[in-house]
Design a protein around this ligand. Structure first.
Ligand SMILES: [Fe+2]
Length: 260
């Protein structure tokens, strides 16, 4: 399996706090069946701002230590960029923020409580530079929990959608779990990743059975391996058309709608 979202670089964001912590996370991932992991420290101007070169330096040390300890996992570079207009000022060379430095895909995070209009302009700006945004864990965003079809706004703008394995397993509560199921069942999710922050986080491999049960074995391979492989190689992805999801309304939902 390939995990494209993990906070395994120590002491640069709210993820791993030490090298020991990072090594414990790598061991846990490898034991769950992950053979490649993309280190995606937060980039949030004003809060998490360690430079690309600073992160790369620590990544190299971590890579060497993991090899010395014979942990069978390849560590690649990436970043989770909070979508704010300052992002382009902070890092002029956006190529360096992309997954595996391939210059094609970038993991982006949106505000959790609402979706400001500038988000769409930033998505467009990335695409004008030939970089496709991957929206991290939309099942955790209020607008998507309220209406999962909101994700289609991003799919129609040629973004990719990444769901967290912890969401599928209910680690963020029942609403987020339900939303992650809706996205997976209706082909509105393209990649599943871990978003590990500590050695207690759920590694990607823990959710293989759950994902297979929702989408079947063939699509679970796409979600956990094939599409992520294309991303790290900078290849173009063929993504499925989303299904037409209509929320089931029970009597009380209907009553609420009539009362609006
Ligand atoms: Fe993350």
């Amino acid at each position: 399996m390939i995990d494209i979202h993990a906070h395994i670089i120590p002491d640069v964001d709210d993820g791993a706090e030490s090298m020991e912590d990072s090594i414990a996370m790598l061991r846990k991932s490898a034991a769950s069946g992950v053979n490649t992991i993309v280190a995606t420290p937060h980039l949030l101007p004003g809060s998490y701002m360690v430079s690309v070169d600073g992160c790369d330096e620590i990544l190299l040390k971590l890579r060497n230590l993991a090899a010395e300890l014979n942990i069978p996992i390849e560590i690649l570079s990436g970043r989770e960029c909070y979508l704010t207009p300052e992002i382009f000022e902070f890092e002029k060379d956006l190529h360096k923020l992309t997954i595996n430095n391939a210059g094609k895909y970038i993991l982006v995070e949106l505000p959790f409580h609402d979706t400001p209009d500038y988000v769409y302009q930033l998505i467009f700006d990335f695409q004008m530079k030939g970089i496709t945004p991957i929206i991290a864990h939309p099942e955790r965003y209020h607008d998507v929990i309220y209406d999962p079809n909101f994700v289609r706004t991003f799919i129609e703008k040629d973004c990719l959608i990444q769901v967290n394995i912890g969401s599928v397993l209910g680690k963020y509560g029942s609403e987020v779990k339900k939303t992650s199921y809706v996205l997976l069942e209706n082909r509105m999710a393209h990649i599943v990743a871990s978003d590990m922050h500590t050695s207690h986080s759920t590694p990607l491999g823990s959710g293989v059975d759950a994902v297979s049960e929702i989408v079947g074995e063939e699509e679970s391979r796409n979600l956990l391996y094939r599409r992520s492989k294309a991303l790290i190689e900078g290849r173009v992805l063929a993504i499925p058309e989303p299904l037409d999801y209509r929320p089931k309304r029970n009597f009380w939902n209907l009553w609420g709608l009539l009362g609006e």
